[in-house]
Design a protein around this ligand. Sequence first.
Ligand SMILES: [Zn+2]
Length: 321
Amino acid sequence: MRRLRGRILRPLFSETRLSPSDLVAPVFIDETAEKKREIASMPGQFRYPLSMAGDVAREIHDAGIRALLLFGIPKEKDASASAAFDPDGVVQRAVRAIRDEVPEMAIITDVCACEYTDHGHCGIVGESRHGPDLLNDPSLDLMNRIALSHAESGADIVAPSCMLDGVVQSIRAALDREGHSDVAIMSYSTKFASALYGPFRDAAGSGFRFGDRSTYQLPPGNAREALLESMLDLDEGADILMVKPAGFYLDILAEVRTLGIPVAAFQVSGEYAMIRAAAEKGWLRERDVVLETLTCIRRAGADLLITYFARDVAGWLDEEQ
Ligand SMILES: [Zn+2]
């Protein structure tokens, strides 16, 4: 076997390659920020003010990355997440600014309410049998309104991340009804109730006031349930499925891959923070670890890699050319 592993021949036989066009860069736009602010638990990642949205998109595109995933931090939060579907809300304005500055950028928007609700949950909260909880069907209309307002602002792909039952079907019908049949849906279909989301909640200001998200996100040990979630979203009309987090869930990714439609993997904030922290301490070589994790996530079946390392990776791939 070693004959093909020498310096000259090895590159000819690489089965999995990374390319900048696989990468999706998450971007946080903060309506309350005047200038860019580093996120404490995610060194090297920033919340940007609205005035910088176009420039950030330009930088990302100049690095060779074709897509970004947009998160908004609004000025005002309330129980019904009304800022989330405001035509002049933070994401809606950011989408328009990015579209103006970089018309060829694929703009994906996160469709959820947790950054916009004062209680920090992903939709409408009410009493359930066991105390306050996220209400499923009353939250669907909210998701439709958010997705529609993003589509109207110019988003190419809307990405519902709330894990509500029936949300993909609901948004698909709403988009089609309102003349947005060309807007695609990337469903956070297979999202685990992971301990790795902590730094994101700092980044997006979406920590919750009571409870947790375990009543709507998947238990980490449940593979059959995870596959069923993905199949249901496929049936409901998702164009792209997603596994989140990525690195701990490669077996799930490999199975979701077999369903036949494109799959995205989200290397989440905790995965980023672990690598960054170890690298800062000099315990790991950051570049090598990042490229290895992403290569393995690709190998397991991801078509798209949503990663906070996107810009670093694009730069490294460019150097390797
Ligand atoms: Zn949410």
